[in-house]
Design a protein around this ligand. Sequence first.
Ligand SMILES: Cc1cc2nc3c(=O)[nH]c(=O)nc-3n(C[C@H](O)[C@H](O)[C@H](O)COP(=O)(O)O)c2cc1C
Length: 168
Amino acid sequence: METLEAIKKRVSTRKFLKKQITEKDLKIILEAGTQAPIAYNKYDDLVITVVQDKETLDEIDRLCDEHYGADTMVFFNAPTLIFVSSKKAKYDQEYENVACVMENMALAATDIGVGNVYLKGMTLHIEEKTLSRLLKLPPETRAIAALGVGYPDGEFLPKEHQMKIDRI
Ligand SMILES: Cc1cc2nc3c(=O)[nH]c(=O)nc-3n(C[C@H](O)[C@H](O)[C@H](O)COP(=O)(O)O)c2cc1C
């Protein structure tokens, strides 16, 4: 698939098959993530954590349900969650850095037919200390977002998005 085609086809997938993604597909997605640009070349500040362990996924789900007081399906039963975490950067670039990693992974996943969804909610609703412990993060490193990935259950068609574009 051409890059532009992957960009056009990327869509949030919110229903996944139970089947786990192959190691080959996971490797492609992770490699794309690590190729992202990072401010000041500070790659050491970032950690990518692949969560496939059922108990950990269940615990994340439970903690989110606890926050909402309802069954939320916050990660849509994606069989794999890829968390992207970072140390705080001098000029708050950790958010942009993580977003670059996330989008690279989302496009790579799209390219190989792996469904994906950008997930921020979990990192907001689970207490930072608890999530850091679950993800075994190094000190001063905080989970900022996660990509839910898995094979899509059904067809998810990309939407056309509009943004205001000015020319001066
Ligand atoms: C920073 C960020 C946070 C997001 N957080 C969530 C989330 O927590 N849960 C979710 O279902 N989708 C989340 N999304 C996905 C957006 O809702 C989605 O990309 C947007 O509605 C456009 O739809 P599309 O991805 O299908 O094109 C997030 C996207 C971004 C960029």
